[in-house]
Design a protein around this ligand. Structure first.
Ligand code: GAP
Length: 439
């Protein structure tokens, strides 16, 4: 079983490389541990996921504003936020083979799992923040951190966004951006990496309404994964016990997905109370309190946070879509991506490279590409072209054949059912629009 699940991840990993979803970073130099690059299809899929999130979380709402804050922030932010003092993982080293473990991964273990010696150190706390230096001098005065979460960029801009947008509580601020954590044990392909992208939203509320908004955002976020097309049976909630709660959280629920390597966190919904704004108020002297006539007192808003990983969502989408179907011949892998997230929406083929078919197919391609990400392929047998598109996750293949010249129709082959139907060329754009567009 363990081998099967590892094999499945290996096969998905090699499909991702073969079709241009994900490549090892700096591969021609031997790669860099747990760093990955998104290829042409991966970059497109990631962009679709981010657009889908942004549309749902900001553009389709009146009460959430967008933000794009800098990765480098004033170093004091991370002292105030508690990350300098608290953002630690317990680390255990093997004195002989130098392997490193998170202490909570090897609870009760006395011998090094790799070399078998009784050579494990006591656990020591290891801060997960990446440090670098600003300017030419590398001293402690010029040290800055790569942000470990995008959330703090939102908190320090709370007043700026509130004042410029004239939003009233309850309202939210959303942003998508890179975050960095010096993880002790990154791995499982792009599941846990040291550089990753977050999609976070902070919702500012009246404190006594925290339960109501917590439940509201749990429901919204669950529904988002449904709309993304993730299999409901593979998702579940996990409530954080007292010992799991982050230093800022009063309550936290994770949405978990059942990956081949087990149930793992996909997104966290957190009640951060007034922890962050109060700490920033105390550290800077800036008044974070809120007042409007609907409430009888001035108060520091509570925050309900929704925090999703973009790379982890992308892995979920890929794992959820990956299927092996022997009826498709020797190339049996197929990515059953939802048409909304699929990087290529349709492929256009001439059945053969003669009899005027390429010219008609090229014209269809150039018309459709004004509206959709489409792909033209005239190479090899149609069967091989279907197989390549199945692996790429393309939901529709459009073929120009001998009949096209007579009646202006083409075949559209559905990736999942493999059924073909005939359609007028003039109706193709509408056919795709209702199936692939978000919203
Ligand atoms: N602002 C709150 C926060 O950062 P978190 O639970 O530490 O909360 C939120 O992270 C999400 O970010 C996770 O659910 C996961 O999707 C993603 N994430 C966290 N660490 C990650 C890592 N090392 N690699 C990839 N994604 C990660």
């Amino acid at each position: 079983m363990a081998n099967n699940t590892q094999d499945k991840m290996d096969r998905l990993n090699s499909l991702c490389k073969r079709r241009g979803y994900v490549f090892p970073s700096s591969e021609i130099y031997g790669g860099l541990n747990s760093c990955w690059d998104y290829g042409p299809l991966g970059a497109e899929l990631k962009r679709n996921i981010k657009t889908f999130w942004w549309e749902a979380m900001t553009n389709r709402r009146d009460d959430v504003e967008g933000l794009d804050a800098a990765i480098l922030m004033h170093p004091q932010v991370w002292v105030t936020s508690g990350h300098v003092a608290e953002f630690h993982d317990p680390l255990i080293d093997c004195k002989i083979c130098k392997s490193r473990y998170r202490a909570d991964d090897i609870i009760g273990v006395t011998k090094c799992p790799k070399c078998g010696n009784e050579s494990l150190t006591e656990a020591r706390q290891f801060n997960l923040m990446f440090k670098t230096f600003m300017g030419p001098v590398e001293d402690s005065a010029s040290a800055v951190y790569l942000r470990p979460e995008t959330a703090q960029g939102i908190y320090v801009n709370f007043l700026n966004v509130k004042n410029s947008s004239r939003q009233k509580i309850p309202f939210g601020i959303a942003q998508i951006g890179k975050a960095f954590r010096n993880e002790i044990t990154p791995g499982n392909f792009i599941f846990r990496t040291r550089e990753f992208e977050q999609m976070e939203m902070q919702y500012f509320i009246y404190p006594s309404e925290d339960e109501k908004w917590f439940e509201y955002w749990r429901e919204q976020r669950w529904n988002w994964y449904m709309e993304l097309g993730i299999n409901k049976e593979k998702l579940r909630w996990h409530e954080h016990g007292k010992d799991e709660l982050a230093h800022y959280a009063k309550k936290a629920f994770d949405i978990e997905y059942e990956f081949p390597f087990g149930w793992k966190e996909l997104e966290g919904i957190h009640n951060r109370t007034d922890f962050d704004l109060s700490r920033h108020q105390e550290a800077t002297g800036k008044d974070m309190k809120y007042f409007d006539e609907r409430f009888t007192e001035k108060f520091v808003p509570y925050i309900i946070e929704t925090s999703a990983g973009c790379d982890r969502t992308l892995l979920t989408v890929l794992v959820d879509a990956y299927d092996e179907d022997p009826s498709r011949g020797d190339k049996s892998a197929v990515l059953k991506l939802s048409p909304k997230s699929a990087p290529i929406k349709a492929a256009i083929f001439p059945l053969v490279k003669k009899d005027g078919m390429p010219e008609i197919a090229e014209k269809i391609y150039s018309d459709l590409k004004k509206k959709f990400k489409v792909f033209y392929d005239a190479g090899g047998s149609v069967g091989r072209r279907y197989a390549r598109m199945d692996e790429a996750g393309c939901p529709y293949c459009i073929t120009v054949d001998g009949q096209t010249k007579d009646d202006d129709t083409v075949t559209v082959r559905d990736r999942d059912s493999m059924e073909q139907s005939r359609h007028k060329i003039a109706e193709l754009a509408d056919y795709l629009a209702v199936r692939v567009q978000v919203g």
